[in-house]
Design a protein around this ligand. Structure first.
Ligand SMILES: Cc1ncc(COP(=O)(O)O)c(C=O)c1O
Length: 392
């Protein structure tokens, strides 16, 4: 990397991110290339954004095409691409309607506002969310996030949030009151350590919300759009939410977020109650259409399930060799390997071998791979992981 880039960052970019000293200028499939043309195998492309890989040719073509036609038109007009994208998302999920925005945090803000507005006439305004959850960095989404480390120095938070342990149905039951407007949960906790809930948990949450008369919201920002081998995480355990939020994979690399609200709450947000200038503009909708088409026509969901099978088999083999692996878990190409000690040295050892893997929650090595990750690429990934684990 030329040292001018870090120097410019130091001088001109607000230092709110920790960065590896890598600088990338090109991407293709599961590979990133630096200025010298050195290739890195990316096991979490775009932090979950590039589920169909970096620069999938059909997504790039759709963006190029649309860029020459119409980039942006505001939401006080109709846009056919937005209408048909909403229709597709509803067709893949449940009868309802979609609100478009630009990120996961914004999709969650929309869901929180919808729930507050829905609850306003019912005396319901509180939220129940999960410990170790992650819902984004804007103040509402941050308040929903059940991790004290992210709250520090940003208090007072938005009032009304109660956090309960993920997977603990009794705790959720005790926290939900007649003032609760919604319970918000990730189908699989991502940033919190790739945590999978016990069987029956989501069925229990659905019953709980129905009995208490509050909304069940799934944050599918990380799990959604095919990553788990189903279009949406909730489809893996057959429990339908009232609202779900999407972002990351949906745009394949352009900023788009979406909230899909089921029919009975779809008209809560009336004109003037919520908006986003860029939300669902023609450029991002064209990209999202292309992503959905790629997943549909190139066996995206089947590929995700095949990667899960591969990851399970390879993690089992790795665990038999390295006692430091406590557990491995996940669904589709969202997978975590929990170690009995910090995982950053392993992630760094992988970087040294030009393999990029994320370490989250201190000790969980996280895969958020492309559905197109090949067996040969998995071989390379696991060779690097094994070398990193051997170093411990
Ligand atoms: C489950 C979940 N929700 C929300 C977000 C926030 O999304 P964004 O960074 O696009 O605002 C993330 C980001 O990692 C996420 O994993």
């Amino acid at each position: 990397m030329s040292d001018s880039t870090p120097r410019l960052y130091e001088q001109f970019v607000i230092p709110s991110y920790g960065r590896l000293s890598l600088s990338f200028v090109r991407g293709e499939g599961s590979w990133l290339y630096d200025e010298q043309g050195t290739a890195y195998l990316d096991l979490y492309p775009g932090w979950g954004v590039n589920l169909v890989g970096h620069c999938h040719p059909r997504v790039v073509a759709a963006i190029r095409e649309q860029a020459g036609r119409l980039l942006h038109v505001p939401n006080n007009y109709y846009s056919p691409l937005q209408a048909t994208l909403a229709q597709r998302l509803v067709g893949l999920s449940y009868p309802g309607k979609v609100f478009f925005c630009n990120s996961g945090a914004e999709a969650n803000e929309a869901a929180l506002k919808l729930a507050r507005k829905w609850g306003a006439s019912r005396g319901k305004w509180r939220f129940v969310t999960m410990e170790n959850s992650f819902h984004g960095r804007t103040l509402g989404a941050l308040s929903a996030t059940g991790q004290a480390k992210y709250h520090q120095d940003f208090t007072p938070l938005v009032p009304g949030f109660t956090y309960v342990p993920f997977g603990d149905l009794a705790a959720a039951g005790a926290a939900v009151t007649e003032e609760t407007c919604a319970l918000l949960v990730e189908p699989i906790q991502g940033e919190g350590g790739v945590n999978v809930a016990p069987a029956g948990y989501f069925e229990g949450l659905r019953e709980l919300c129905d009995e208490a008369g509050c909304l069940l919201i799934f944050d599918e920002v990380q799990t959604g759009v095919g990553r788990t081998g189903a279009w949406f995480g909730w489809q893996r355990f057959g429990v339908q939410p009232d609202v779900m939020t999407l972002a990351k994979a949906l745009g394949g690399g352009v900023p788009i977020g979406a909230m899909v609200a089921a029919a009975h709450v779809a008209d809560v947000l009336q004109p003037g109650t919520h908006a986003s200038t860029y939300g669902g503009n023609p450029l991002v909708c064209a990209a999202a259409h292309a992503v959905l088409t790629v997943l549909e026509e190139e066996e995206g969901l089947e590929r995700a399930r095949a990667i899960e099978a591969q990851l399970r088999a390879r993690c089992a083999e790795l665990q038999s060799r390295y006692g430091v692996i406590r557990e491995y878990r996940g669904a589709g190409c969202m997978f975590g390997i929990e170690l009995d000690r910090p995982g950053q040295p392993v992630a760094q050892a992988c970087v040294d071998r030009h393999v990029l893997i994320n370490c989250t929650h201190e000790n969980v090595l996280r895969f958020l791979t492309s559905v197109f990750l090949s067996e040969a690429e998995l071989d390379q990934a696991f060779a690097a992981l094994a070398a990193g684990l051997a170093r411990l």
